[in-house]
Design a protein around this ligand. Structure first.
Ligand code: URA
Length: 227
């Protein structure tokens, strides 16, 4: 255990919260996965702690707290949104406002809930007045999200909304054109499906059906991956 603490100290000094070995086919093989359960839990907590203390961009000056993410860290599904809003900043949990309630309903429509998936955001801190994230902030936060993805190793990622989809997939294609297609997380073999942000669906309720179709599409991709 002493050696592990020492190793974590070195990694922290290097701003590396844990490392992954990549398999020959490019699939991430976590050295952590082969270690003990408690080590995995420690690693997840180290990452959570690093994020809580983060000062990599100016948003740390205006946040109430960071929003790490919520759900099952071994989930098949990872849902990725944009950034915490006012309510999320206050409560420290993603998608707990009105849009979050709709996201919960959408998840339930395909037999999921926030305990059985892992929900995170591109940014861990709220941008003032809920403005769009700027590139500098998204870049500063990307490594945290990638570490979460590599830890959870989801079988499918659902990117909700323009910012999440474009940041994850490093593209400027509009969401409407990305829907219904199977993408791949850069440098990883994880399928990504894009859907509308629930906040948009609240403003345009006639589009809700498309959101549901996107979830069905994601479930179909997941089933193919599992075959
Ligand atoms: N919108 C997001 O994209 N994420 C949240 O956590 C809340 C609202």
């Amino acid at each position: 255990m002493e050696a592990e603490v020492r190793r974590q100290t070195y990694l922290k000094a290097l701003e590396i919260d844990f490392y992954l070995l990549r398999g020959q086919n490019g699939v991430a093989e976590s050295n952590i996965a082969s270690e003990s359960e408690s080590f995995s839990a420690d690693t997840w907590d180290v990452l959570r702690g690093s994020i809580a203390e983060c000062t990599r961009c100016a948003l740390h000056q205006t946040r109430t707290q960071t929003v790490f993410g919520v759900g099952d860290p071994t989930a098949d599904w990872m849902i990725i949104g944009e950034a915490p809003g006012q309510e999320e900043d206050r409560r420290g949990e993603p998608f707990v406002g009105r849009a979050g309630k709709l996201l919960d309903q959408m998840l339930r429509s395909v037999g999921l809930d926030r305990e059985s998936v892992f929900i995170a955001n591109i940014l861990k801190c709220r941008p003032p007045n809920n403005r769009d994230p700027i590139q500098e902030e998204a870049s500063a936060c990307r490594n945290y999200l990638e570490q979460q993805i590599d830890f959870v190793r989801p079988k499918i990622i659902l990117a909700v909304g323009r910012v999440a989809a474009q940041q994850l997939l490093l593209t400027d294609t509009p969401v409407g054109r990305m829907r219904g297609k199977k993408y791949c997380m850069p440098d990883r073999e994880i399928p990504v499906v894009v859907t509308y942000h629930p906040a948009y669906l609240l403003r345009s309720p006639t589009q809700k059906r498309k959101g549901w179709e996107d979830l069905l599409f994601a479930r179909k991709i997941l089933r193919e991956v599992e075959l």
